[in-house]
Write a protein that binds this ligand. Structure first.
Ligand SMILES: NC(=O)c1ccc[n+]([C@@H]2O[C@H](COP(=O)([O-])OP(=O)(O)OC[C@H]3O[C@@H](n4cnc5c(N)ncnc54)[C@H](OP(=O)(O)O)[C@@H]3O)[C@@H](O)[C@H]2O)c1
Length: 340
């Protein structure tokens, strides 16, 4: 049995990881913690875990966590993981970090976009990006996994086949993204009051969202040249779900069927990427509470324009279930264990 700890267990992603691991036959949740005023049974915080999880959630005690875990999920805001991860890695534990602290290879970019100097430069080099569809073989050997951001997961999976087959103009990428409110975490702020979100739709951080360097870093690797995609996120009055509509010019005359065939071939063996047939378009409700990324494609031959629509659940393929998928790969468990 694998002993697993969750740091940040009272947050949206932490809660989801507990949910998933309770269905995982090879895992025991042996430690939970958060930034908490008074230690409490996790089932007091989440009554749905009554009779299922018998653990007290207190502030982080690294020594205790190291004694009781083989692997830890860090489901904490960025800036915190780089303080915590080195201690677990030094104790030879596996770390899967859901924050942004180990995703960017360029520490100057981290400073620019996250507003502070990185405190753990050594481990950035060793961190493996936790996108199984592209980096499965590296994940198998990983000690530290940088779990991808939610928007980047959908954008990178949506564009990978088009970029690696060099059929698109890499200077023409426009990513129009929409996310439900849980994408920002479970913290009280005016922007996320019901009456601020409900019956409203707004663009925010237009072409200056902190996920842009991550998206551009991995799109550039896929295209083997520098990419600077346009990215416009929107907040929509839903709890969960991300829908990205991507517009990109084709640099070769390609029919819609050719491109759908290319995408289906690229993801042929991938259990969690579903490429739709012609004329069908993903919706967020189709991926809710699943580890799936659904992709739909449309071509305007006259305009030589490719439309790619990708949908994920930001708390699942965008965070918690992808993190568990990575754990399954590291330990050689069947990849969809606990995720079906
Ligand atoms: N939400 C998403 O869709 C999503 C998707 C991909 C990646 N992520 C990333 O995943 C991470 C967690 O996101 P989230 O949405 O779950 O955030 P959240 O709902 O705000 O939860 C954050 C958790 O971290 C705990 N925490 C804060 N400071 C801590 C500290 N110093 N030591 C221990 N625990 C601490 C919080 O405890 P208290 O509640 O007691 O303060 C809470 O349990 C973030 O880095 C986020 O960017 C989130």
């Amino acid at each position: 049995m694998l002993n697993v700890g969750i740091v940040g267990a009272t947050g949206y992603t932490g809660e989801k990881i507990v949910d998933i691991l309770l269905k995982h036959p090879q895992v025991r949740i042996s430690y939970v913690c958060a930034k908490i005023e008074k230690a409490q049974e996790l089932s007091e915080i989440f009554p749905k875990f009554l009779g299922k999880v018998d653990l007290v959630c207190d502030n982080l005690n690294v020594e205790k966590a190291i004694k009781s875990c083989d692997l830890v999920f860090l489901a904490v805001p960025h800036k915190i993981s780089m303080e915590i991860a080195p201690m677990f890695l030094k104790a030879d534990k596996i770390v899967i970090d859901l924050s942004a602290d180990y995703r960017l290879k360029n520490i100057e970019e981290y400073k620019t976009w996250y507003g502070l100097a990185h405190k753990d430069k050594k481990n950035i080099e060793n961190a493996i990006y936790g996108l199984p569809e592209l980096y499965r073989e590296r994940i198998k050997q990983a000690k530290l996994i940088a779990n991808p951001g939610c928007y980047p997961t959908a954008a990178i999976l949506a564009l990978a086949p088009a970029l690696t087959s060099e059929i698109v103009d890499t200077n023409s990428i426009i990513i129009d993204a929409k996310s439900g409110a849980t994408g920002a975490g479970r913290k009280a702020s005016l922007d996320f009051f019901f009456s601020e979100i409900n019956e409203n739709l707004k663009a925010y951080k237009i072409n200056e969202h902190q996920h842009m360097p991550e998206i551009n870093q991995f799109l550039s690797i896929l295209a083997s040249k520098k990419i600077n995609a346009v990215f416009v996120p929107h907040l929509i009055p839903m709890n969960r779900g991300i829908l990205e509509t991507i517009y990109v010019k084709l640099n070769k005359a390609k029919s819609e069927n050719d491109i759908i065939t290319l995408y289906k071939r690229f993801y042929k063996t991938e259990p969690f990427v579903r490429v739709y047939d012609a004329g069908k378009v993903p919706q967020t409700r189709n991926v809710l509470d699943t580890n799936c990324c659904d992709i739909g494609l449309k071509v305007d031959k006259n305009k030589k324009l490719l439309f790619i629509v990708a949908a994920i659940d930001n708390l699942m393929k965008g965070a918690a279930s992808q993190a568990v998928q990575n754990m399954n790969i590291v330990y050689g468990f069947k990849e969809d264990t606990g995720l079906k």
